[in-house]
Write a protein that binds this ligand. Structure first.
Ligand code: SAM
Length: 316
């Protein structure tokens, strides 16, 4: 699949639920939209992923909401991983439910994983997630490494006044563990109006606080600029959707838990593909790819995303 600007579309992110066991303040509004009761079934997701693979999708990411709250998550991963043409299957999770599932998921095909971790302070973790336990997330991270998942990427949304004082301590994790700690700029989407302008800090702050960072070669199609602390086992990634957007390299489509394709994370455009099969399904996917804008409108503390959905209803 190639879009109208010549970008090869090879990556599909599947939101498998928009329910979450946490309720991160920047992601999910308090008492926000009720979650989709009728989320796509395992069979529907696999049918869509197969059609996508036939159109050239090589990479799938399972996300949510929180994907691990789905009871059939291991079965789903197993079916997705077996689809011909899929070279890379991964998951984004808060990891608080991961520990008992990590080995099963690894066997089912989840060989690498992204885990959200915004702070190393248990009280702040509880506050930002509205009740989550840091210890559960850390246990999940340990279980992912023990299961053999590699790389384990830790996603930290950088929020001024909340965790910008932890840049060094979070980065320090990479000295001791072979993880990739990725600082992601807070995006003005969904529930971020409550955060003041100062919350939107550019990733250049990380470079200011860690002048010893050594630049590494970026990976093909990766949206992260990569660095390493001297002699560290792991790496630091900077993902800067505000200060350095990466629309020119965008190779992805997103599927919501209720069956809508989003050509662009930050546009309002959506296309329902639920109930479509065969050629009709593939045509709708090709159409969605063609609807990808060259770039999304500017994002900043005062320029809000045009997406009609909050992140928990898209999957990040
Ligand atoms: N529940 C899973 C998790 O916590 O990783 C997957 C879904 S969550 C919506 C996916 C990612 O989106 C998380 O890493 C989260 O931090 C990120 N995210 C949510 N809202 C965001 C925002 N406004 N700006 C930047 N990242 C955001």
């Amino acid at each position: 699949m190639t879009d109208s600007f010549g970008r090869k579309i090879e990556y599909l992110r599947l939101s498998v639920t928009d329910s979450c066991n946490l309720s991160c303040r920047y992601c999910k509004p308090e008492g926000g939209m009720p979650c989709t009761k009728d989320e796509l079934s395992c069979d529907e997701l696999v049918e869509i992923a197969k059609a996508a693979a036939e159109l050239g999708i090589k990479k799938l990411r399972i996300t949510g909401g929180e994907p691990l709250i789905r009871r059939d998550i291991a079965e789903l991963a197993d079916c997705l991983g077996k689809i011909g043409g899929i070279e890379d299957l991964s998951m984004t999770t808060n990891a608080t439910l991961l520990a008992p599932l990590a080995d099963e998921l690894y066997s089912a095909g989840i060989k690498r994983i992204n885990i959200s971790l915004d702070t190393l302070d248990a009280a702040k973790y509880e506050e930002i997630t509205r009740g989550g336990r840091l210890a559960d997330a850390l246990e999940g991270i340990r279980a992912a490494m023990k299961a053999g998942m590699e790389p384990v990427k830790l996603n930290t949304v950088l929020i001024g006044g909340f965790n910008d004082d932890e840049i060094c301590s979070l980065a320090e994790l990479t000295r001791h563990y072979p993880v990739e700690l990725r600082f992601i700029e807070l995006m003005p989407i969904g529930n971020t109006a409550q955060f003041g302008e100062n919350a939107f800090v550019p990733n250049s702050l990380v470079l200011e606080k860690l002048p010893e960072l050594e630049k590494l070669e970026s990976e093909a199609h990766s949206v992260a600029r990569l660095y390493r602390l001297p002699d560290a086992k792991g790496r630091i990634g900077l993902i800067s959707p505000l200060s350095n957007h990466f629309c020119a390299q965008c190779n992805r489509l997103r599927l919501t838990a209720d069956g809508c394709l989003k050509p662009c994370l930050h546009s309002a455009e959506e296309l329902s593909i639920r109930g479509l099969h065969g050629e009709e399904l593939k045509s709708a996917m090709l159409f969605a790819a063609m609807q990808k804008p060259q770039m999304h409108a500017a994002l900043s503390a005062t320029e809000h995303s045009q997406s009609r959905r909050s992140m928990y209803r898209i999957g990040g």
